[in-house]
Design a protein. Sequence first.
Lengths: 333, 324
Amino acid sequence: MSDTATTLPPTQGASRFDLRTILTRHGAWIALALLILVNLAITPNFATWQTLNVNLTQVCAIVIVAVGMTLVIATGGIDLSVGALMAIAGALAPLIFLGKLFPLPHPAVGIALAFVVPVLVAAALGWFNGWLITRLRIQPIIATLVLFIAGRGIAQVFTNGNLQVFNLPSFQFIGLGRVFGIPFQAILMIVVVVAAAWMLRHTVFGRQILAIGGNEKAARLSGIPVASVKQRVYLISGFLSGIAGLIVIARNSAADANLVGLGMELDAIAAVAVGGTLLTGGRATVIGTLVGALIIQLVRYTLLANGVPDAAALVAKAAIIVLAVWLQRQSHR
Amino acid sequence: MHTTSLKLFQGIGRYGVLLALVALILFGWLRYENFLGAFNVLSVLRYNSMFALVALGMCFVIITGGIDLSVGSTAAFGSVVAALLSPYGVIPGLLGGLAAGLAVGACNAFIITRLNILPFIATLATMLAANGCALLLADNQSVSVSYETGFIELGQGDFLGFPIPAWIALVAYLLASIVLNFTSFGRTVLAIGGNEDAARLMGLPAQRVKALVYLASGGLAGLAGVILAAQFGAGQPIEGVGWELFAIAAVVVGGTLLTGGVGSVGSTLAGVLLLGLIFNILNFENGLGWISLSAYWQSVIRGAFLLLVVAIQARLSMRTEETA
């Protein structure tokens, strides 16, 4: 993939054109193209704006979270807490703009704070994950497991497990708004993807992330501030989870701490894996993650639109993940 | 650091979970009436035996340096299969649930050892697949079990005054303890976790043992599913969400290193009971009426406990490294 940022030396010339290499390197793009072609052939009314809209709005939150996950995985880590952080952000925002947390001087202040505070809280919790991982040297899977377990509980305690319903167009713009007919959340998603892809490829920070994932010891010895880079990566992941949480509750006009972001960590990891990012770190592609999320979403849509039950789509998703990772391994033989 | 205090620290590391468990039991005993009454003790054991089985499989997997995220949905899948087969009798129900678990375990074993895919991602995929299969078989709703064949005894019955699921868990733990400590299989499991390449170079059948460990984890999860169905009178396709993480937490709280190579079956059981008692004590506390904590606090407190334990463990291992 042309945008793949890597610390490995590029493979040279001759082998580039054999079928296997093409399949493994551009597998995600080919799969996406095939899916679209199949859909054009069999799914009624596929080539419509409505289809595009439905798929876009369902995929945005996943992509935004998965971008953060890509960066985390690029350092050789994992973040299981993303769904729980979404729930916390999603629970906080309505509490703030409905004035349940503290009295509001003006509704506009409430809305502004409802955007800022939940995202900052999620980012702070992401930073806390990073702190556990870098300072206490706890493995990422366990460190983020703490908030995975406790985080949703915290959100439920905030709201007492109640559904918070609201109707507030100025806040819900983040999930329902449109700019020139394009859903605002899609614009947000593209901005996040482009910014992260650019950062990973063209900034020192991005190169440091990949260096750490490639070989942490070597990175440390060559003077990269490993702890601080990792900490920032988890902070970014928390930050993006917070934004995704706001999008989801705005889209639903309701915040349910029991459901917001449930299972999101799996969707995000799946998107990253299918997109071609190396799960052991050191090689990452943000655009690939976008493609991976689109593939998973499209498979689900294809099956649903053709009358296959949602449960079967889960099995299909499992098969895709295994196949994608297996193909990825073949290219590294 | 002085050697005595170092030894003390290591002791806390090894027996910390037991100390915490004893402290928690003492706390409950002193604070609440009937805490150690037969009814409470037996219902805690009955309820937690499912988690104990799942955590046992996870313990072995983690000792090999792997992870099994599929156990929760495997248990749900097992409960659905068991419930569907329960009209044919106790044995078909039991074997059906077990077979469902073994099937998922076999998939894990194949993907991990043959396709060489990371355990983490392989079991993530089978988790989705098992969940999908459970929902498909159950037609998206819970499947009630037959009350005529005695199947529910597996979850609700007693044998010699002790809950049957607790007997099942007890036997499983005893067997597992013997296997881990006294058989070449057990030694190989530990060796793989310590250093897989070295184990392989020494001629140990690393791939086969790993495959068996995932198979066993699936089978135990299936068995937990059978108990789930029998205990609640229904196969529950959407149960088991988060069980994998509960099991991981219990194993880690029990002091098994997530990097593999070290672990104990007994302290895993202690970890399960510790996490289970937190919920129990929360109920008692609410019963006292001084404070009212919603059930949601349960996960917050569990998370806090996990944090406490891993933080202490991390501190200890850092100290040990520094002094070594």
